[in-house]
Design a binder for this molecule. Structure first.
Ligand SMILES: Cc1ncc(COP(=O)(O)O)c(C=O)c1O
Length: 353
């Protein structure tokens, strides 16, 4: 809790901030805990960074990041005025929440899903409308009734940490039925079979958010974007910080998004490894959920915390979430083939064969 002897707003004093996955510095780990891409970004990114004229850092960057907007627009198949860029897609989620949700308003999200959504609700002093996913982590049939009257709905598709992708037709129906704004968080869509970008064109209340953190191997550079109808983008522009995407990031984003060949090759490698690891773990007695993301959500045959501890001892980090629905599972990011072979060879994985 923030505390602060009455200085903070009540909702801030009472809230817990977002807890990011560990970025340890104490030793070398096989790091499969924060859904980063294990492969380097496009060599074009290296060229841009090496050629970047540091003397220009005395100037503010383009406040609208128009070159980067154009690059993102090209990826989405829309015009520039359908795009807002951000300091990672977390910045997009924050801007959207600030724009549409006031104190005492209702903000809806699913459980389990990305644990930033409740934090954003808390910061606004909003009410949480939590829709609990079904036993197989799907949207319940009465979702429209459960979220009615909310100002904003977050849908992570593919969902995190479960990895499944809600049926597109169900999401489409939900957008049509809902009176508020729907944010479809597509942080992991690069690894799935489809995207909701068409829904943005079909409905006037839909925002799709994307990132270069996963598919483009650029978690460190912090670049994401929103794709939405121009009337929403224009309003969101007024809410963002003036210079929310720094100059180096703008240049890097343009280079990375232009190299679709490198991007696709990396995504294909990761999805192939995902299939191989999923089959190996399922064969070893793990329950493995179908994944459209760059991670697997699995229930080990032994207690999840014991499994985690054994992995850590062996120098492999994965992520565990408390909570009734998630505590029996661990989330394993797909690393390189060599990293995944280290995982698959560990005694606590092999003895389950
Ligand atoms: C569902 C989901 N959305 C958004 C993000 C944030 O991504 P970014 O690095 O673009 O801020 C993450 C990060 O892990 C995520 O899991």
């Amino acid at each position: 809790m923030a505390g602060g002897d009455g200085l903070f707003r009540k909702n801030i004093a009472a809230m817990h901030g977002y807890v990011p996955g560990e970025q340890p510095r104490d030793r070398q780990y096989v790091k499969l805990n924060t859904n980063e891409n294990p492969y380097p970004p496009s060599p074009a990114v290296g060229e841009v960074v090496n050629a970047f004229d540091w003397a220009w850092l005395n100037r503010y960057p383009d406040p609208l990041a128009d070159d980067a907007r154009d690059a993102a627009a090209g990826v989405m198949g829309v015009e520039r005025d359908w795009i807002l860029t951000g300091n990672g897609s977390d910045d997009i989620l924050t801007i959207v929440t600030r724009a549409f949700v006031g104190e005492g308003d209702d903000l809806a999200y699913f459980e389990p899903s990305y644990s930033l959504y409740p934090v954003l609700a808390d910061i606004q002093g909003a009410n949480h409308r939590v829709v609990v996913l079904t036993g197989d982590f799907e949207m319940p049939d009465d979702t429209p009734a459960q979220i009615e009257g909310s100002r904003l709905l977050f849908i992570a598709r593919p969902n995190a940490p479960t990895g499944n992708s809600f049926p597109l037709a169900r999401v489409d129906e939900l957008c049509a039925a809902f009176g508020g704004v729907v944010v479809i968080d597509e942080a992991y869509a690069d690894f799935g079979d489809d995207s909701c970008v068409e829904l943005v064109k079909r409905h006037d209340n839909v925002v799709v958010s994307r990132t270069v953190s996963k598919g483009y191997s650029l978690a460190g550079v912090r670049f994401g974007w929103a794709c939405a109808p121009p009337h929403l983008i224009a309003g969101l522009m007024a809410v963002k910080d003036s210079y929310n995407v720094n100059a180096l990031t703008q240049a890097v984003a343009v280079a990375a998004l232009a190299d679709q060949t490198h991007f696709q090759a990396n995504v294909d490698r990761i999805t192939a490894t995902r299939g191989r690891v999923a089959a190996a773990l399922a064969g070893g007695g793990f329950e493995v959920l179908a994944s459209a993301a760059n991670f697997l959500f699995v229930k080990p045959p032994i207690a999840a915390d014991q499994f985690m501890a054994e992995l850590r001892e062996a120098g492999v980090l994965v992520r565990h979430f408390g909570g009734v629905r998630t505590r029996d599972y661990v989330r394993i990011t797909i690393g390189t083939d060599a990293e995944m072979d280290v995982l698959l060879a560990l005694p606590c994985v092999r003895r389950c064969d």
